[in-house]
Each structure stands twice: as structure tokens, then as C-alpha cells.
Ligand binder design. Sequence first.
Ligand code: NAD
Ligand code: FE2
Length: 379
Amino acid sequence: MNKFKIKTEVKFSDNAIDALLDYKNVNAAIVTDEFMNKSGKVKMITDKLSGCNRVDVFDEVKPDPPISLIIKGLEFLEKCDTQIVVALGGGSSIDAAKAMVFMAKKVTGKDLKLVAIPTTSGTGSEVTQFAVITDEEKGIKYPLVDEDLLPDLAILIPELVTSVPPSVTADTGFDVITHAMEAYVSTLANDASDALAEKSLKICFEYLPVAYKEGDNLIAREKMHSASCLAGMAFNEVGLGINHGIAHALGAKFHIPHGRANAMLLPHVVEFNADLHHNFGKYNKAEAMQRIAEISRMLRLPHDTKRIAVESLVEEIKYMMKMMKIPATLKEAGVTKEDYEASKADIIKSALNDSCTKTNPREVTEASVERILSKIAIW
Ligand SMILES: NC(=O)c1ccc[n+]([C@@H]2O[C@H](COP(=O)([O-])OP(=O)(O)OC[C@H]3O[C@@H](n4cnc5c(N)ncnc54)[C@H](O)[C@@H]3O)[C@@H](O)[C@H]2O)c1
Ligand SMILES: [Fe+2]
């Protein structure tokens, strides 16, 4: 049985931010990072929450939010006696807020509402039932998965994204591409998730280079904001794959930004799933290769044969990465050979155990993860 459902209401286009004016006579809290507060973006939100009794701000979120931060945020929410939580920021702020609200509801039994306002076009976290939290002691990133993590409302405001620097635009844009591609080839993919992933990919390949080169191009920013949300809806239903499984492990060990880790792996995971080099064991390769070839055709890349289609997709990904100065190897991403060798076994183990890996179209083994890693472990 296939299914498609979205609990989160999404508001976008002109005046979407005015949805906040509806919150009256309640206590609100904003969960964000220091940059958002100092840059005046928090004020844009508090101005619209003027009907609330009080608005408190927790601006301590850092990239890859750890468990300790969630506990601190929980204490904050309790102290402010909040009814509405507004998550403002990239995936890190939204995930942190989702985890805090989820736990606060469990602990207090209170019915908290969560509004997510993304300021990067990347994770799609505003419409997903995932929150990725880091266990710093163990060096592992955990995707928490629960329908109760879904925000009640998402507001897409492209003006908030124009300040994202080119390198973060590139990283987060590749997160969107990876979400859409992994959803498209997921073992659970269906017509509804395909439609969302296809549209997202078409937008990304057209508008990500524009958003990268012209950060203040509002049309490109609006398109990428939509692409991020559509890809989020797609993978929320049908899951991701080994690309995200390994990227989580690399992010936890070496703090490589999430989208960058995805981009570095993507050409090699596409080749692996399509079994382009016939190096691996048994699996349903015909279907995975077919799906990947379809992506090429959809993007109007050369696709005379399935092999040509896969190769041209891999080349296009590598071209875009180079154009946007995304590192291709762990060395270029600042990881030393010694650190990599010391962590390799843990990375393979946590990639195999990651919940995203379950829906990869091709069976993944220790040897195949090692093989994919070897393509970026070059010094
Ligand atoms: N929940 C999900 O479904 C999901 C999906 C994919 C990734 N994630 C997680 O999300 C996190 C990554 O999120 P991200 O890629 O959005 O990055 P991020 O939230 O970590 O932000 C990256 C940097 O960009 C800055 N930034 C954010 N918005 C900005 C703006 N408008 N202008 C200038 N700077 C801005 C932040 O301050 C930060 O320094 C990772 O922890 C990843 O694992 C979650
Ligand atoms: Fe992601």
C-alpha cells in the first residue's frame, strides 16, 4: 500500500509572515541562533508576534545541535511557560526546536504548537518528521523519527535566505538535490513522492547555480525555498538512502556541514546504486539503474542508453560541485588521513545502522560502504 499525508500547513508567497499575527494572548518563544538574533531577523518575527503576551528568545543553537542543547532549551521553554514555539533558522535551529517541543509535550503533557520558518533552502525540516540530534560523547548523529515532530505550520519567506553566503547556499542546495534523488530511488517511492522529487530536482538544476552566483536574486531564492520544501515532503514519506546514512556519520565525526558531506558522496552513491562498475554483489540493479536514468532524462541530460544517462548525471553533479567550489575529497574538506583511519570502522558501522539506509535501492554491506568512502578518502 502507498500513502501520502502532510500534517504541516505550509504558507508561502506574499505576506506569508502575516500568519504570525493570528497568535494573540499566548506566550511565544523563538528558538534560533545568535546570527539570526544579531542580524535583525528575530526582530522581523517578534514584530509580527505583537499580539502575544510575551515573546522570549533562545538563541543558543549551534550547527549539529547536541543533546545538551536540547535539555537546556527544554528548561527554557518551561521557564517561559510557552504555548507557541517559533523555530527560526537553518535545519539546526528547526531540528533543535522540534526536539525541544517534542520532549516538552511528553514531559508536561501540554499542547505546544510549533511554527517552523527556515532561513536556509536545504533540509526541508519544516515539513519532516525527523530531527537530527548529535550525541557528542559517542560521536553519532541520530535522526529522531516521530510524526509528533512535524511542525504545525511552516512559513516560507525567501527574503530571509538572501543573506546565506555562497558556500552555505551550495552546501544546503546539495542537501535538497540529495533528498530529491534519494527519495526518487527509495525502495518506497510512489507516484506522489516522485512528483515532488521530480519538481524539486528540476528547480535545483535550474536555480541553484543562480542562487549561488546572485545571492540576492529573490526569484532564485524563492524557487530553491520551494524545492527544499518539496524534497522534504517527498523524503518524509518514502525515506532516504545510504548517501544520508554515510553523511550523518561523517558529519558527527568531522563536523563537515551536512549538505557538503552529501554532495561529496553523491556522485559515488549514484554510481554505486546504478552498479555502473559491476563491482558489487547481488541486488535489484536493473530497477535502480532505470530510476537513475529517468532522472537524467527528466533533466534533459544525454540519455541515449541507461549507462550514458547515469554517466551524464554523475558528470553534471561533479560539474556543479566544482563550479560551486564544493570539496570532492575528505582532504579538501579538512580531514586528516590519521583522523579518518581512526574513525573509519565507526563511520561504516553507524552508516549501516542509520535509519536512512533502510530505504536505499541497493543492498548495502560493510564492503560497499568502505568502497564508497574510498572514493573520497584520497590524500
Ligand atoms: N530534520 C530533517 O529532516 C533534516 C534533513 C536534513 C538535514 N538535517 C539536519 O539539519 C542540519 C543542517 O541544517 P542546515 O544545512 O540548514 O544548516 P545550519 O542550520 O546548521 O546552518 C548553517 C549555517 O548557516 C547559518 N545561516 C542559517 N541561515 C542563514 C541566513 N539566512 N543567512 C546567513 N547565515 C545563515 C547558520 O547560522 C549556520 O552557521 C544538520 O544537523 C542536518 O543533519 C535535518
Ligand atoms: Fe539532508
